[in-house]
Design a protein around this ligand. Structure first.
Ligand code: PEP
Ligand code: MG
Length: 585
C-alpha cells in the first residue's frame, strides 16, 4: 500500500482500477519481437517518421501564418531532426540488435539524448530537452495511437492517472467508465480541475510522483475530499472508505431537501446562488440542485470539445438549448476565453512563451473578428428567445471593452438589416479578473451593465502565481489581503454606480470564502452546480451582520495565513455539519 498527497480539486471518493494514460516515453515496456518481425518494426518506425514530418510541415505552414516566419521555424527544425541519420539510425540498430518494438527504441534513443542535454551545464542545451520530448511524443502518437484512442476504450470503474490532462481530454471522459482521475501536475483552479467539478468526477491534481509510483490495472482509492491517493489499499483502508462513501450519500440526501428553500440569510438578506457551466446541458443540473440561474457559461468548451471551430449554428443551438432549459431565469454567457491552459488541439501546436500573459481570451477574439462575430451573432439571435446577458472575459483596459461592445453593436446592425430578431436591451458586462480593472473599477462601472469577479485569474495575476502550477500551489491563495482588498474596492465601486456585481471564481463555492464575499458586499455567487446545496445551507445559517463582521476582521489582517485560518475557524463554528468528516484535511 502507498499513500500519496495531492491537491483536492473535485469532491467525492472513488474506489477502482488504475488506467495509466502514459505520455512518459521513458517508461514504455520493452516489447521483444520475433526475429521475423524486425523488418516490420523498422517499417513502422519509418512510417511514423514520414507521418510526423508531413504533420510538422502543415503545422509549420499554419504557424507561419499566425505567428510569422521566425517563430514558426521551430517546426522546420523538428522536421530536420527527423531527417537526421545520426538520430534515426541508432533506433533502427536497436530494433535489430535488441529485437525490441519501434516505440521502445524511440523512447530509449530520444530519452538518452534528452538526458545528455539535461546534464549539460549550458542552459541553451537544456531547452533542447523540450524539443526532444515534443518529437518523442509526436512519433509515439503515430506508433501507439493518440491518447484519445486509449480514452475511448477504458473499462468501467477506471481511475485515470496521467502526468497532466488537458481540459478537453477531461471533458471527453465517458462518465460511465471513468469514476475519478488524478494527475502529477496541475493546480486547484486550472481548467482541468474545473471540468472535473462540472462533471462531478472526484479528482486530485498536483500529486507530483503519482504516475511513476502506480501501475496499470492496480486497485486504487481516490479521495477527492482530502486530496489523497491510496495505491494497492489494504482491506482495512478499503472498508474505511466504503463506510465514507455511504456517509457521503446520506449527507447528499439531506442537502437535497434544501433545493426549494430560499437562499436568504437568517436576518432576511437575499443571496442569489447561480451556477457555472461548461456545457449547455449542465444548466438543468444547476436548476435541479436549487440554482436560480446561470452566472457563467464558459463557451470556450464549444471549441475545446470539437475538432473544428464551431459554426454560427453550433453556437446558436447550444445557446438556444440553455435558454430553453432556463425558462426565463437569468443566463449569463461569457464569450470564448481560449488560450492559457485552454487550447484547442489545433492551437496547442503554436505554443506561446507565457500563455497566461499571451494572446488569450478577449485579446484573441479582437484579433480574430470574423470568428468572434460568429459567436456574437449566435448569442444575439438566441437573445430573441429568452433573457441572455453577454459577458467579456479578461478585459484589461477601457479600450478593449469599448471595442468588444462596438462589435456587438455592429452585429446588431447587421441583424437589423437582415430582419433577424434579437433583444435590443441585452445587457453587456465584463469579468473583473485582472488587477488593472479592479483598480479602475470606478471607471468601468460607468460603462458596463454588470461585473462578475473572477477570483481564479484575479488571484493569479495579483499574486503572480500560475494557477495551474502545483509547485507553487501553496502560494496561490484568494484569501491574500491584496486580493480581498481588490474585491472590496470593486464591490464598493459597483455599489456607488448601481452596477450589479457577482463573483464567479472557484473561491465563491468555498463556504469559508463565501462568508467573506457576502460580508464584502456580494449578493450573487456563481459556483459549480455541486456547491450550490452546501452554500445554501451556509447562507441560511448565517446573518448578514455576522458576514460583515467577518469581512471587517479579515480585512484587518496582513497575511493570507491569518485570513485563511480565521475564515476556516469562523465557518466551522457557523456550519460545523459542512465540515464533519473533513477534519483530517
Ligand atoms: C476566473 O478567472 O475566476 C473565472 C471564473 O474564469 P476562468 O476560470 O474560466 O478563467
Ligand atoms: Mg478567468
Amino acid at each position: 500500500m502507498q499513500i500519496l498527497k495531492g491537491i483536492a480539486v473535485s469532491p467525492g471518493i472513488a474506489i477502482g482500477t488504475v488506467a495509466l494514460l502514459g505520455d512518459n516515453h521513458r517508461r514504455l515496456p520493452r516489447r521483444i519481437v520475433p526475429e521475423a518481425a524486425v523488418a516490420d518494426e523498422q517499417a513502422r518506425l519509418n512510417e511514423a517518421i514520414a507521418l510526423s514530418i508531413a504533420e510538422l510541415s502543415s503545422v509549420h505552414a499554419r504557424a507561419k501564418q499566425e505567428m510569422g516566419d521566425e517563430a514558426a521555424k521551430i517546426f522546420l527544425f523538428h522536421a530536420g531532426m527527423l531527417r537526421d541519420k545520426s538520430l534515426i539510425t541508432p533506433m533502427h540498430r536497436m530494433i535489430e540488435s535488441e529485437r525490441v518494438g519501434a516505440e521502445f527504441a524511440v523512447g530509449q534513443v530520444l530519452g538518452q539524448l534528452a538526458d545528455k542535454f539535461r546534464a549539460a551545464p549550458d542552459s541553451a542545451f537544456t531547452t533542447k530537452v523540450n524539443d526532444i520530448d515534443d518529437l518523442a511524443t509526436r512519433l509515439l502518437n503515430h506508433l501507439l495511437g493518440r491518447a484519445e484512442n486509449r480514452l475511448a476504450k477504458l473499462p468501467a470503474g477506471t481511475i485515470l492517472l496521467a502526468r497532466d490532462l488537458t481540459p478537453s481530454q477531461a471533458a471527453s471522459f465517458d462518465r460511465s467508465k471513468v469514476i475519478g482521475f488524478a494527475t502529477d501536475l496541475g493546480g486547484r483552479t486550472g481548467h482541468t480541475a474545473i471540468v472535473a467539478r462540472a462533471l462531478g468526477i472526484p479528482a486530485v491534481v498536483g500529486c507530483r510522483t503519482l504516475t511513476g509510483a502506480a501501475s496499470d490495472g492496480a486497485p486504487i482509492i481516490l479521495d477527492g475530499d482530502r486530496g489523497i491517493i491510496i495505491l494497492n489499499p489494504d482491506q482495512e483502508r478499503l472498508e474505511e472508505y466504503q463506510g465514507l462513501i455511504k456517509q457521503r450519500e446520506t449527507f447528499q440526501l439531506s442537502l437535497g431537501e434544501l433545493r426549494d428553500l430560499p437562499s436568504v440569510t437568517s436576518d432576511g438578506e437575499k443571496i442569489e446562488l447561480v451556477g457555472n457551466i461548461e456545457f449547455a446541458d449542465e444548466a438543468s443540473h444547476v436548476l435541479e440542485l436549487g440554482g436560480e440561474g446561470v452566472g457563467l457559461y464558459r463557451t470556450e468548451f464549444l471549441y475545446l470539445t470539437g475538432k473544428a471551430e464551431p459554426s454560427e449554428e453550433d453556437h446558436y443551438r447550444s445557446y438556444l438549448r440553455c435558454v430553453e432549459i432556463m425558462k426565463g431565469k437569468p443566463l449569463t454567457i461569457r464569450t470564448m476565453d481560449l488560450g492559457a491552459d485552454k487550447y484547442t488541439q489545433e492551437r496547442a501546436e503554436l505554443p506561446e512563451r507565457n500563455p497566461f500573459l499571451g494572446c488569450r481570451s478577449i485579446r484573441y477574439c479582437l484579433k480574430n473578428q470574423p470568428m468572434f462575430k460568429r459567436q456574437l451573432r449566435a448569442l444575439l439571435r438566441a437573445s430573441a428567445k429568452g433573457p441572455i446577458k453577454i459577458m467579456f472575459p479578461l478585459i484589461t483596459s477601457t479600450g478593449e471593452f469599448r471595442q468588444a461592445k462596438y462589435l456587438v453593436n455592429d452585429v446588431m446592425e447587421d441583424l437589423d438589416e437582415e430582419g433577424i430578431k434579437f433583444d435590443r436591451n441585452l445587457k453587456v458586462g465584463m469579468m473583473v479578473e485582472v488587477p488593472s480593472v479592479a483598480i479602475m473599477a470606478d471607471t468601468f462601472a460607468r460603462e458596463v451593465d454588470f461585473f462578475s469577479i473572477g477570483t481564479n485569474d484575479l488571484t493569479q495575476y495579483t499574486l503572480a502565481v500560475d494557477r495551474t502550477n502545483e509547485a507553487i500551489a501553496s502560494m496561490y491563495n484568494p484569501a491574500h489581503p491584496a486580493v480581498i482588498r481588490l474585491i472590496r474596492d470593486v464591490a464598493r465601486a459597483a455599489r456607488r454606480h448601481d452596477t450589479p456585481v457577482s463573483c464567479c471564481g472557484e473561491a465563491a463555492g468555498d463556504p469559508e470564502y463565501a462568508l467573506l464575499l457576502v460580508g464584502l458586499g456580494l449578493r450573487t455567487l456563481s459556483v459549480s452546480a455541486g456547491s450550490i446545496p452546501q452554500l445554501k445551507r451556509l447562507i441560511r445559517s448565517v446573518s448578514l451582520k455576522q458576514c460583515e463582521q467577518i469581512a471587517r476582521q479579515a480585512l484587518s489582517f496582513d497575511s493570507e495565513t491569518q485570513v485563511s485560518s480565521y475564515l476556516r475557524d469562523r465557518a466551522r463554528k457557523i456550519v460545523p455539519e459542512l465540515f464533519d468528516g473533513r477534519t483530517g484535511e
